[in-house]
Design a protein around this ligand. Structure first.
Ligand code: NAP
Length: 284
């Protein structure tokens, strides 16, 4: 029986990236649907859950994608609510690649390193990848802060993290390296999670932070988020600090994404959101 992945995308056009990863993970057929929202998702989910019965249901699965992570999350929950009893198919949520990218970034940081109790800052941590990274760092026991260009946006993000995830994260406004210097005093881990092509931390500043041990950057588009780093850095040491660049993180993200898709087809009741995807990433 063919492995069919129903790709529910909240954007106007379905993601080519997500479709290629699905085929590379061994899916036989991707059915990609655009413009999916919580109001119209139920009919699509019914199409997936009522066509194959019993043990054959594990050959159909759902992937929720698109650039709007909040909307994707709502579609994901609505899809999960549509199932009943054993009449269900496996579902994965990775809107904007946020779950797999954050899992890869934190997995790189934790490799061979105990981070519980350490101070971590996610720069520009208000975007989808930054938010998920902050959650995982907090779950690993870090004392986490995020920065934003505006304190209100940082506070809103932290309120959301408290309400939806029960996690306490400290919000900061940062618009200059001077402001960042005081925010980062005593910080041991930093993740640059800003939009593409944004330098958030200068070489001059990170060299002046003696406690800083690990620097990770998810932005692969020059100029990089952390000045003086390289996209291929995979634990490379500079000034006694370890660096992880966007390609090293991205390579692991691809493995986690493919493995998560494969996991969907192992049974018909897999529910893969951030925490489950992070668990899968432990294999690497
Ligand atoms: P995003 O939402 O586009 O941006 C994250 C934050 O950056 C925004 O919330 C914003 O924070 C800040 N920002 C945006 N434009 C800015 C500007 N012009 N100047 C200063 N700050 C600005 O990012 P995302 O979708 O979460 O992705 C984060 C990064 O991960 C991106 O660079 C993306 O390319 C990369 N990515 C990497 C991989 C990988 O495998 N390596 C995979 C997916 C994504 P404030 O408004 O709060 O200041």
């Amino acid at each position: 029986m063919k492995k069919i992945l129903l790709q529910l995308d909240t954007d106007d056009k379905t993601s080519v990236f997500d479709q290629i990863v699905a085929y590379d993970a061994g899916v036989d057929q991707v059915i990609a649907i655009s413009g999916v929202n919580p109001k119209n998702v139920q009919a699509q989910v019914h199409g997936a859950m009522f066509t194959r019965g019993g043990k054959d249901l594990c050959n159909t699965a759902i992937f929720v994608g698109g650039s709007d992570v909040d909307l994707g999350q709502q579609v994901f929950y609505k899809a999960c609510d549509t199932f009943f009893g054993p009449v269900r198919v496996s579902v994965m949520m990775d809107a904007n690649g946020s779950n797999t990218t954050a899992a890869a970034a934190v997995r790189r940081i934790t490799k061979g390193r105990e981070i519980s109790g350490k101070k971590a800052v996610v720069l520009a941590g208000t975007g989808p990848v930054g938010v998920k990274t902050a959650i995982l760092l907090a779950k690993e026991g870090c004392e986490v802060s995020i920065t934003s260009r505006t304190i209100q946006k940082a506070k809103n993000t932290c309120d959301h993290l408290k309400k939806d995830w029960g996690i306490s994260v400290t919000p900061y406004e940062s618009n200059s390296q001077e402001e960042l210097a005081s925010i980062m005093d005593g910080v041991e881990i930093v993740v640059a999670a800003g939009g593409a092509g944004l330098t958030l931390l200068t070489e001059d500043l990170w060299k002046r932070l003696p406690k800083l041990e690990v620097l990770a950057d998810v932005n692969a588009v020059p100029p990089l988020g952390i000045e003086g780093s390289e996209v291929m850095d995979n634990g490379r040491e500079r000034e006694g600090k370890s660096f992880f660049g966007a390609i090293a993180i991205g390579n692991l993200k691809m493995k986690i994404h493919r493995r998560s898709i494969q996991t969907l087809f192992e049974s018909n009741d897999q529910v893969l959101n951030l925490e489950q995807i992070y668990t899968i990433s432990r294999e690497y």
